[in-house]
Design a protein. Structure first.
Length: 288
């Protein structure tokens, strides 16, 4: 008898009896839990799926994305305990550089337009309290890097981030900007492209936030032009964010993404990269 509690539910979802044929680990992200490819036999048909440890928020995000028109993300086939089972998406991650396919921008725009000014259940909201908690979490790797290396850029960075956690400009921006369902970590490795289709994987950092969070993250690895996103969003929603509000959203997003990835930089990329990211965040905060 299988020890996988999700197996009967997946079999029912796929219309047969599912049996595990093989397993192989898949590369996860910086904060991802255990992720496996599991090859199933469903009444003689080979069906690959992905099994991963997931938070309740990620389960909620997969349900929220599933109601958006289009094949934008893996389908959630089952959830049991702290694991979810997803359809396997075969595709190539986007390479760094200025070229982001229109399909990737459109996939983001579809999610954002569907959930614009609405809050899916079970997904955290980015507000002033959430921002403070992010800054507090970021202090841990910065101070850890200071302890390991003694380099003062980490001490200066910790002082800056600690102060930014209660900066009224961030709170004012988050109060003013409209929010939607955001992927929250839509870097190039989380966008898979195959036969012209783009799918967004790994929704473990989903949150309700200003859409610029996702747009700025996807644009960042190569200074890509996000105008196809805005064109698609306007066409899908019939809405256009005023230029002044878009400028606020973009400046806030630059602060947010640089602070959010500072922990990874402190652990893996070194002092020069941390200093660069702090400078970018500081200049963006000045624009707010």
């Amino acid at each position: 008898m299988s020890s996988d509690p999700w197996l009967p539910a997946v079999g029912r979802r796929l219309g047969g009896t599912a049996v595990v044929g093989g397993r192989a680990p898949l590369a996860g992200g910086y904060s991802s839990g255990v992720v496996e490819r599991v090859d199933l036999d469903v009444d003689g048909q080979a069906v690959p799926v992905v099994v991963k440890r997931a938070s309740p928020a990620e389960v909620a995000a997969m349900r929220a994305v599933a109601v958006v028109e289009g094949d934008l993300a893996p389908r959630m086939l089952a959830a049991a305990g702290d694991e979810i089972v997803l359809s396997f998406v075969d595709g190539t991650p986007l390479a760094e550089g200025p070229d982001v396919p229109v399909q990737a921008w459109t996939a983001l725009a579809r999610v954002h337009a569907h959930w614009f000014r609405k809050r899916p259940r079970g997904i955290p909201v980015v507000d002033a309290g959430w921002w403070r908690s992010l800054c507090d979490r970021t202090l841990i790797p910065l101070r850890g890097a200071l302890g390991r290396t003694g380099e003062q850029v980490y001490a200066a960075g910790a002082d800056l981030v600690d102060g930014w956690g209660s900066d009224p400009r961030i709170g004012a921006a988050l109060a003013a900007l409209p929010k939607t369902l955001c992927h929250g970590d839509v870097h190039r490795g989380n966008v898979l492209v195959d036969d012209g289709a783009a799918r967004l994987i790994d929704w473990g950092n989903a949150r309700v936030a200003p859409a610029g969070l996702d747009v700025a993250t996807l644009a960042a690895q190569g200074d890509a032009d996000p105008s196809p996103y805005y064109e698609a969003f306007t066409q899908l929603s019939g809405l256009k964010l005023p230029a002044e509000l878009r400028a606020v959203e973009w400046a806030w997003a630059q602060v947010q993404i640089n602070v959010a990835y500072l922990g990874f930089a402190a652990d893996h990329l070194g002092a020069a990269r941390v200093e660069e990211m702090l400078d970018r965040a500081g200049r963006a905060l000045t624009r707010l």
